[in-house]
Design a protein around this ligand. Structure first.
Ligand code: KIV
Ligand code: NA
Length: 269
């Protein structure tokens, strides 16, 4: 496989080939996901919960993100991986100023990320522009933005009713600022589908946002059934019907590509 690049992602988006994304936090899983053909890997700050046992992503530090990005990047390099590598800017590492965001993004890019992701609309637009102008590809993230869970009042669907118009406006502004990808988390499927058609220069990646987005992302451990207790409705356990981890990862890629994941029952609401 040729390495996944921004032009490749734009081309997939334009052709309507669904983009597959999973989170990765360590070298071995990164290499396995790459071998399974996953297009994009996200070193998500969900590692706060998955790896560190935190109750939210708020406590994840930039140094921790650097550590995991380093590990994932090395894992990919060791197998001559081709996945596009995105790393989350954690809470507090970009809110202060555009300069702070640039310094934090530099740390993650130097750890091997190809793109950084940051949460929110409005004030983040100028931060996105600042980074993109300086050669750092940016993925935006709207809807349920876990870093602001306390301000949102909990993990619940966003962008319902009147809030949908604001979300749309923010998404367009982020595209105009140069964001090449946009994660839509727990927003109504109709809103996500509409945005996906409207945004021609920014590929939408959905999680609990229905089947109309340009791509899908899940937390790796969730889709492998590595968790205790109840999962959000939009998660599918790909280990349930697979004889091993690699086949489960391959089944995920196939299901995203052929549109069978998510199905209509897998909304967030
Ligand atoms: O941190 C994360 O895992 C994420 C994805 C769920 C989009 O941001
Ligand atoms: Na995240």
């Amino acid at each position: 496989r040729k390495p996944v690049s921004l032009p490749r992602i734009a081309d997939m988006h334009a052709r309507g080939e669904k983009i597959s994304m999973l989170t990765a936090y360590d070298a071995t899983f990164a290499a396995m996901a790459d071998a399974a053909g996953v297009d994009c890997l996200l070193v998500g700050d969900s590692l706060g919960m998955v790896c560190q046992g935190l109750s939210s992503t708020v406590g994840v530090s930039l140094d921790t993100m650097r550590y995991h990005t380093d590990s994932v990047s090395r894992g990919l390099r060791r197998v001559q991986g081709t996945a596009w590598l995105i790393a989350d800017l954690p809470f507090g590492s970009y809110q202060q100023s555009r300069e702070q965001a640039l310094a934090s993004a530099t740390v993650l890019m130097q750890a091997g990320a190809h793109m950084v992701k940051l949460e929110g609309g409005g004030w983040t637009t100028e931060t996105v522009r600042f980074l993109v102008e300086r050669g750092i590809p940016v993925c935006a993230h709207l809807g349920l933005t876990p870093q602001t869970v306390h301000a949102l009042g909990g993990y619940r669907v966003q962008g319902k009713g009147d809030a949908g118009a604001l979300l749309q406006q923010q998404a367009h502004a982020l595209q105009d600022a140069g964001a090449a990808m946009l994660v839509l988390e727990m927003v109504p499927a109709a809103l996500a589908a509409e945005l996906t058609t409207a945004l021609t220069r920014c590929a939408t990646i959905g999680i609990g946002a229905g089947r109309g987005t340009a791509g899908q992302v899940l937390v790796l451990h969730d889709m492998l059934g590595i968790h205790l207790g109840k999962m959000p409705k939009f998660v599918r356990n790909f280990m349930a019907d697979a004889p091993g981890v690699l086949p489960a990862l391959q089944a995920y890629v196939r299901a995203v590509k052929d549109g069978s994941f998510p199905d209509d029952r897998r909304h967030a609401w």
